[in-house]
Design a protein around this ligand. Sequence first.
Ligand SMILES: [Zn+2]
Length: 370
Amino acid sequence: MSKVRTLYIVLDGGHGGHDPGALGKKSNEKTNVLNVALALGRLLEKAGHTVIYTRKTDKFLSLSERANIANRNGADIFISLHNNSAASNKATGFETFIFNGTNDAKTKQLQSTLHEEIAKGIGIVDRGKKSANFAVLRETKMPAVLIEYAFINNPSDEKILINEVNKLAQLTANGLIKFAGGKVSTSKPSTSKPSTSKPKPTPSKPSTSKTGKVLHLPKTSSSWRVYPTNKAPTKGNEKGYLNPKKFGGLTYDIIGNPQKDVYTIKTGDFGTVNIYAASSTGAKVTNKTNSNKTQAKGTVHLPASAKTWRTYKLNVQPVAKNSDWSLTPSRYGGLTYTILGRPYPDVVTINTSKGKRNIYVGKGTGAIVN
Ligand SMILES: [Zn+2]
């Protein structure tokens, strides 16, 4: 039996405030997902986990703010809750996303466990495990999954989103509790049809950026044409449409620049495509910022000259009076740790024999941060 871990879980109900998200006939996305986030949080707390909400009310936060809440708190996992929407009101089903760049094994495991538990009971088609370059997935430094529960613009899917909040929360909680090594109650949340299609895992490859530049599509646009790379990027040749508005803007690594104002990008839904993005369209091309998950890493070395080194639980201010346990670098001829997060200036999160801890590594301490 594997050990049950207590997790710091950030729940992110998408959208909020002036951004309603996708709209259904009877509901809006921001309200539906907040209802699930709050119910889910209660279930997770009951199971002994610590929950941090990006929002508990109808308020707007930028995508980066959401990721920062998780990073700042040194959270173990980040879950973003959304409702899907499509041009056709026949679109149906649920899907989950991880970042389409480099992911560690834990991220894939988290997606699989969550996905399977939701598939067991949600009663609509399983559209598969997917990956995409969503800001909240890209900018979070811990395993992160975005769930699209169902299509709000499909009346029968929307019924689930409105009327089965507790079921959605329970299924999602089951996935998270299982991921943490806990046991999931076997009582079925409610009537459920078995899912008809098997999850199709999308293998996630390392980022393919060759240009070192990224393309930002503004959130003001709800429909942006993309074209196959072997056809002219002109009307009629579309392979599909991106919806920057739905995600508060979209950002992609630029893989190529085959002609002026035309960029090659890799999308979750349409694979590698070309996109026309002259500056007059509102698109922006910028140098890649270091917001990659892999960038968060690094090491900290605590010198052998230090007898003790205070550690702090993640949920307290890292000041001396709050320290309940110290490392002993001198006993080991110095200690070196992988940096998991940087919640405050000069404070890093590391994994110790007592689990994740913050330590102060400011000037004068002798710590070497790489
Ligand atoms: Zn959304």
